[in-house]
Design a protein around this ligand. Structure first.
Ligand SMILES: Nc1ncnc2c1ncn2[C@@H]1O[C@H](COP(=O)(O)OP(=O)(O)O)[C@@H](O)[C@H]1O
Ligand SMILES: [Mg+2]
Length: 389
């Protein structure tokens, strides 16, 4: 009999939930409580720290716990224009409005008063209803689309939760400021809909929600999602190994998480490769080799990033990689040939706005732990090091 190889207990290709989801219990209960209570939430973190996974997990639990809750998740990454967004939003809201397709069609007909949408019923995804609009008509009555969720939720006495992923993408729309004002004006009056808005571009998200000049200022509770701490990663990794009949010592599991700076996506990736290279019990050699695999898998991406950087940006990164704190001191500027204090500030701000570096208590640090390891090896000749657990 041929035995199927066991499936990896780690996952870094998609969002994770249930057993592959660890910790975040405080964020999870805060988000869930907000969703249920009608408090809008803004969730911000660098990419791949776990925003989408967190929202999905909260949605899953909320649906199970509250019969009257309906959660809609929309990724704005796929919406290039405001029209596309409105179309996708109304489709998702209609599909969440009922589990029966006949009722969905009915809702699509009865909840639009001025606009007459074209209604199509998908054949592949059974009973999924799509809506099309005549844009001349729809543009004059955008409010009707923006209020659709509220009107349905109110009439049916349900709580709608509308989750908008990668929200900062909206900045690519034409006339985005006018659209923002419209959305805010309508959404802030909604009593039966809660909005969860999240995104990875931290500068843009902060400007959107934390700047008194922005239409979305004070729109909701802002959560700055943190890294999952090593205390939580260690038992998670140990347990996941155990679930497939393999094992890893807690010290090595901690070392694994710390090597990747506790970055959710990288930790899962390194854990996956370590697990793959382990027959029974993981050892430091397997971890070392797995790290090499992580580096290899991501090298094209890192190279691409470097190609878009100026010479002085690379030099500045070298200084940061070497642990320099005083970037504008005469000595650092001379050693790394990064020009005048003015240049340094400009380069630094660019790197920060591109989410390559972040400000820390003591200076600046790389945001992407994989890129940092790779960069140190390539530009400083430093061997990739496994952290002590
Ligand atoms: N709570 C978690 N527990 C374990 N792994 C997680 C968790 N959240 C995220 N991850 C890992 O990080 C990856 C990226 O998560 P994702 O939710 O897509 O991040 P984001 O939306 O912030 O970009 C996931 O594929 C998974 O490997
Ligand atoms: Mg995401």
């Amino acid at each position: 009999m041929i035995q199927e190889p066991p499936v990896s207990p780690f996952d870094f290709g998609s969002t994770v939930n249930q057993v592959k989801f660890t910790n975040r219990s405080k964020d999870l209960s805060r988000l869930k409580a907000n969703m249920a209570a009608g408090i809008n939430t803004i969730l911000i973190s660098p990419r791949r720290w776990g925003k989408s996974s967190l929202v999905e997990q909260a949605a899953l639990e909320l649906r199970a716990e509250r019969r009257h809750a309906r959660v809609v998740i929309l990724d704005l990454f796929a919406c290039d224009t405001f029209e596309e967004f409105l179309q996708d939003l109304s489709r998702e809201v209609i599909n969440a409005s009922s589990s029966k397709w006949q009722e969905r069609v009915q809702n699509a007909k009865s909840f639009f008063k001025v606009i007459t949408p074209r209604i199509t019923i998908g054949s592949e995804l059974e009973g999924q209803v799509s809506l099309g609009f005549d844009w001349h008509e729809a543009c004059r009555h955008v409010g009707e689309i923006l209020d659709l969720a509220e009107r349905i939720a109110e009439a049916k006495n349900i709580r709608m939760v509308v989750c908008l992923d990668e929200f900062q993408n909206m900045a690519n729309w034409k006339e985005d400021l006018r659209m923002q004002k419209l959305m805010r004006a309508h959404w802030q009056r909604h009593k039966h809909v809660t909005y969860v808005i999240y995104g990875s571009k931290r500068h843009m998200m902060a400007t959107l929600f934390d700047d008194s000049a922005s239409p979305f200022y004070r729109f909701g509770d802002i959560i700055w999602l943190q890294r999952i701490a090593v205390e939580h990663w260690t038992p998670f990794i140990v347990e996941r190994f155990k679930s497939t009949g393999k094992s890893i010592a807690p010290e090595l599991a901690s070392a694994l998480a710390l090597t990747m700076g506790c970055h959710s996506w990288y930790v899962q990736q390194l854990a996956h490769f370590t697990w793959t290279l382990t027959r029974k019990k993981a050892d430091p050699e397997a971890l070392e080799a797995a790290l090499q695999l992580v580096m290899d898998a991501n090298t094209p991406l890192y190279q691409l990033t470097c190609e878009t950087l100026s010479g002085s940006a690379i030099n500045l990164l070298k200084a940061i990689a070497n642990g320099e704190h005083q970037l504008t001191s005469a000595e650092v500027m001379r050693t790394y040939r990064i020009g005048t204090p003015r240049n340094v500030t400009k380069t630094r701000d660019t790197l920060e706005s591109r989410d390559i570096i972040e400000r820390t208590e003591s200076g600046y640090a790389f945001l992407d732990p994989g890129f940092e390891l790779w960069f140190k090896r390539k530009f400083l000749g430093k061997k990739v090091a496994i952290m002590e657990g």
